[in-house]
Design a protein around this ligand. Structure first.
Ligand code: DOR
Ligand code: ZN
Length: 345
């Protein structure tokens, strides 16, 4: 039986939601990962260190007693986030970054940034204090084709921003294109990227395989095969600028299987197993530990975890649905199918 032992990985991009939904999904992540960067796009969003502290306490209170897991908090950057809040971030120790959603780009992004010039004074303090900016890199201009929004964002927003603030630490989140992979590869050491398992495993044909597949709809949307190949290449390259971020984003079944379905795939129940599949297909299992367990901590200036996990190569069934909300379950990626690896408990 083939096994793979890794330093315990971390998830550098995760949606945990709140309340009952959070209680339902948290154990899936906490069983696999030592830490996770928790996205702030709640309703209302997490905008201050005080709110992040309360959210963190709710997460810790919901953790199963036998599991140690550290939520790393983020704030939602708005047009009016004051520079002084960044000083409080630095002092808190538990808020690790700010998240930039262009207003309207995705789920709960209405309070996002409408004018990038307005946030420059706050970003300047982030650059000075070494607080990373996590970027949802898509333009919202409705005249730009949905499949081009990430590539256009690089030219319209990312390059001008880094020209103004060349030392700002930036994570280009959930990159989906060859253009973003190339951009991050060639940028300075202060620029990194997360990559999801689903963007490593699927191209946009998966959205239309035999009919419309709402559970394969996420943002940024899946792209062409050449882009998937470029992501696999950089993820398995050993370059420390690229690291694991599942972007596991739970939505109840009724809101996914709808006339206007929500964006997001739930992958936390196979949060590391799916990456093992992708790295195995690329013949790069020996590079998984760097990507999953070492590169992220290096960028965030944290030590790697001190314990390990073991994966077993064994086709394992994925449940058709998981408990989420009363009478409204969660349909995970690969529901009713199998994944090629299993976490040894
Ligand atoms: O697919 C997505 N779902 N992309 C995002 O950027 C947000 C996320 C969510 O919160 O559901
Ligand atoms: Zn996300």
């Amino acid at each position: 039986m083939q096994t793979l032992t890794l330093i315990r990985p971390d998830d550098w991009h995760l949606h945990l939601r709140d309340g009952d939904a959070m209680k339902a999904v948290l154990p899936d992540t906490a069983r696999r990962f030592g830490r996770a960067i928790v996205m702030p796009n709640l309703k209302p969003p997490v905008r201050t260190v005080a709110e992040a502290g309360e959210y963190r306490q709710r997460i810790l209170a919901a953790l199963p007693a036998d599991i140690s897991f550290e939520p790393l908090m983020t704030l939602y950057l708005t047009d009016v986030t004051p520079p002084e809040e960044i000083v409080r971030v630095k002092e808190s120790g538990f808020v690790k970054a700010l998240k930039l959603y262009p207003a309207g780009a995705t789920t709960n992004s209405d309070a996002g940034v409408t004018d990038f010039d307005k946030v420059i004074p706050t970003l300047r303090v982030m650059a000075e204090l070494g607080v990373p900016l996590l970027v949802h890199g898509e333009v919202t201009d409705p005249s730009v084709d949905v499949f081009d929004r990430e590539a256009v964002f690089i030219d319209r927003v990312m390059r001008p921003l880094l020209d103004k603030l060349p030392s700002l630490k930036v994570v280009f989140e959930h990159i989906t294109t060859k253009q973003a992979a190339n951009f991050v590869w060639s940028a300075g050491e202060n620029v990194a990227a997360t990559i999801t398992a689903h963007h490593l495993l699927m191209n946009r044909n998966a959205i239309f395989a035999g009919g419309i597949r709402p559970h394969h709809y996420c943002l940024p949307v899946l792209k062409r095969e050449i882009h998937r190949e470029a992501l696999v290449e950089v993820a398995t390259s050993g370059n420390p600028k690229f690291f694991l971020g599942t972007d596991s984003a739970p939505h109840a079944q009724s809101t996914k299987e709808a006339a206007c379905g929500c964006a997001g795939m739930y992958t936390a129940n196979n949060g590391i197993e799916l990456y093992a599949e992708a790295f195995e297909s690329a013949g790069a299992l020996d590079r998984l530990e760097g990507f999953a367990s070492r590169h992220g901590p290096l960028f965030y200036g944290l030590p790697a975890n001190s314990d390990s996990i073991t994966l077993v190569k064994e086709a394992t069934e994925v449940p058709a649905s998981l408990h989420y909300l009363p009478n409204d379950p969660l349909v995970p990626l690969r529901a009713g199918e199998t994944v090629g690896w299993r976490l040894r408990s």
